[in-house]
Design a protein around this ligand. Structure first.
Ligand SMILES: Nc1ncnc2c1ncn2[C@@H]1O[C@H](COP(=O)(O)OP(=O)(O)OP(=O)(O)O)[C@@H](O)[C@H]1O
Length: 571
């Protein structure tokens, strides 16, 4: 199982726990024997010296056992915590490198539950398995041996109770096991609803869906409660049954033992020791039964974690490292299908862009603009045809080395709940304050930030303390803070008023003269000065040329421009 792949890393710790547990068990097995000798030899013969001497040894053994037991508990807790820490890290790294589709496949809320809840479940399993489970077979065999050496006849009692314990164990496996995967799924569903509720808060309020949302949540919550209740009911019934078996065995032992003592076949000390051994043996079986109730839940968690860790992530790109700045990008019959889609999102695209040029991309909604940008960012590889960076196919290039050269402003911006500085650092950890202030200036973002210490201003999570247009300007500042050779703006000017849009483009002209720039826009005004404009419709190129050329010979572009009042040449 890949989840335990790295377990050997903790072998010294595990070995320490096992040795300490072994010593602990030996100590616990010795004590009843000593006690029986105190009774049978010391008390029976009124030998005070013997009682005191063996009593002192018993105290010594007890103290050592306590220390050994405490150390075993400490080291097993340490091992399980280390294991869960490393497992969480592996999960996070795996999720961190997943493509968007892959995270959607698992669902984000389920990935959160798997990384937190399921890992915590495994942590408990490791904790339980290390000590109690290691102790159970030792105590079972050791206790049985000691019981046999104490009284062979009475030992037969164990064989009466063991079948009953086996039945309980079978019942646990048969009845309780199937509930746990259902319980985890129900919890996933609750998390999913909660996440949707919290992220879609505004939409839910705006459409007055609060009541329906509450009802849906209540249903999911009720389902979780019902399954949880059933599991707990069964588990709580099992406990008294186990205790009943244990206590009845002791009663039978005492009943028979008392007769043997009366008949002189057995000493009182031996009977007392025997009862303790039999209790230890049965307790070890009970412990395993309890573990079994925990195991199915853990098996469900192991499966869920393994599903993520073993998921064959789709590798994007190749191994060639792009060392030079991007000076040219060329699409040759570029075609792309989303995984499982039967229609291409991009079909036979041909265009190129070089250093110092601006490529504008315009098209209706769903025409493939963002999809094309995702190919530049290597979120996907092209399906057919080629996308060449500096003449080399993008699918042979190492994605990190390509992304390093690009500064990208996605359509939907995300900000972290940090200062403006903290957010700008994401694009360039080496940026100086001057660089950041310059980017804010260029992106027209200083207008709404405080004059004093604008970089210290806090940004709420997702940038929710700013308007849409302000967020776009902050996102553009972030992109400009990075030294890139290709700048990509995905509909990043759409929420700006015309004046700011104009001023921003003017400011950008001086800044990005030496780089290649791609601007996706819905507004002709934003891209009319681009060297080339690509007109996309249904994933196909419907026109490529300058604004003037397209106005002359491209009907779609002309219609878009005229509808936006951009038909006339600027005065
Ligand atoms: N992850 C995805 N899986 C499958 N199909 C997708 C996915 N993302 C987008 N599409 C489809 O690909 C097509 C192009 O979408 P894309 O987002 O590139 O359009 P767009 O031109 O950027 O639109 P808009 O201007 O509305 O953002 C659409 O038909 C869309 O339904």
């Amino acid at each position: 199982m890949s989840i335990f792949k790295d377990f050997k890393r903790y072998k010294i710790l595990i070995l320490t726990v096992l040795i300490l547990t072994f010593a602990n068990t030996i100590g616990e097995l010795l004590l009843p024997k000593m006690m029986s000798q105190i009774i049978d030899i010391g008390v029976a013969n009124q030998n005070i010296t013997y009682i005191l001497r063996l009593g002192a040894v018993m105290i010594g053994v007890t103290l050592v056992t306590i220390v050994v037991r405490g150390s075993a508990a400490y080291f097993s807790a340490k091992t399980s915590m280390l294991f869960s820490r490393d497992l969480r890290k592996r999960m996070f790294n795996k999720v961190n490198r997943m493509t968007f589709d892959e995270t959607e496949y698992f669902s984000i809320s389920s990935l959160i539950t798997r990384t937190t809840n399921d890992v915590a479940q495994i942590e408990q399993l490791v904790l339980m398995a290390l000590r109690p489970l290691a102790r159970a077979p030792l105590t079972f065999i050791g206790g049985l041996l000691m019981a046999f050496t104490t009284s062979v006849r009475l030992s037969l009692v164990v064989f009466i109770s063991l079948p009953f314990l086996a039945i309980v164990l079978y019942f646990v496996i048969k009845v309780v096991v199937p509930y746990f995967p259902r319980l985890q799924q129900a919890l996933d569903h609750i998390n999913l609803l909660l996440r949707q509720r919290l992220t879609g808060l505004k939409v839910i309020r705006a459409f007055s869906r609060d009541k329906q949302e509450e009802e849906t949540f209540e249903e999911a919550n009720e389902r979780y409660y019902q399954i949880g209740l059933k599991v707990n009911k069964v588990m709580q019934t099992i406990n008294p049954i186990l205790m009943l078996i244990l206590n009845l065995t002791i009663v039978i032992t005492l009943f028979l033992g008392a007769r043997y003592v009366q008949q002189g076949i057995m000493s009182i000390g031996a009977l007392m020791a025997f009862v303790q051994y039999i209790t230890q043996v049965l307790n070890s079986v009970i412990m395993v039964t309890r573990m079994m109730t925990m195991l199915p839940r853990s098996v469900a968690s192991i499966d869920r974690i393994n599903a993520v860790l073993n998921y064959p992530s789709r590798a994007v790109g190749g191994s060639d490292v792009l060392n030079d700045p991007i000076t040219s990008v060329e699409a040759k019959d570029l075609t792309f299908y989303y995984p499982d889609a039967n229609r291409p999102a991009l079909k036979q695209l041909n265009f190129s862009i070089h250093k110092g040029e601006v490529l504008g991309i315009i098209g209706g909604t769903g025409s493939g603009k963002s999809t094309l940008l995702k190919l530049f960012m290597q979120f996907y590889d092209p399906t057919e045809g080629q996308l060449l960076i500096n003449g080399q196919p993008i699918d042979t290039l190492n994605p990190e080395s390509v992304r390093e050269k690009i500064s990208y402003v996605p359509q939907q911006n995300y900000f972290f709940s940090e200062s403006v500085r903290g957010n700008l650092f994401y694009s360039n950890p080496d940026a100086t304050d001057e660089q950041m202030l310059d980017s804010l200036e260029t992106a027209q973002a200083t207008q709404f930030l405080p004059r004093e210490k604008p970089l210290e201003k806090t940004v709420a999570r997702g940038g929710s303390n700013y308007s849409g247009g302000q967020r776009q300007r902050l996102a553009i500042s972030r992109a400009l803070t990075r030294h890139a050779s290709l700048y990509i703006f995905d509909d990043s000017f759409s929420a700006l008023d015309y004046k700011t849009d104009y001023e921003l483009r003017l400011a950008l002209q001086g800044k990005l003269d030496d780089t290649a720039t791609i601007i996706v826009a819905q507004r002709v005004a934003t891209i009319r000065h681009a060297n080339k404009i690509l007109v996309l419709e249904n994933g196909q190129v419907q026109g490529l040329g300058s604004h003037d050329e397209l106005m002359r010979n491209n009907q779609i572009y002309r219609e878009i421009a005229i509808s936006q009042g951009e038909g006339e040449e600027p005065k």
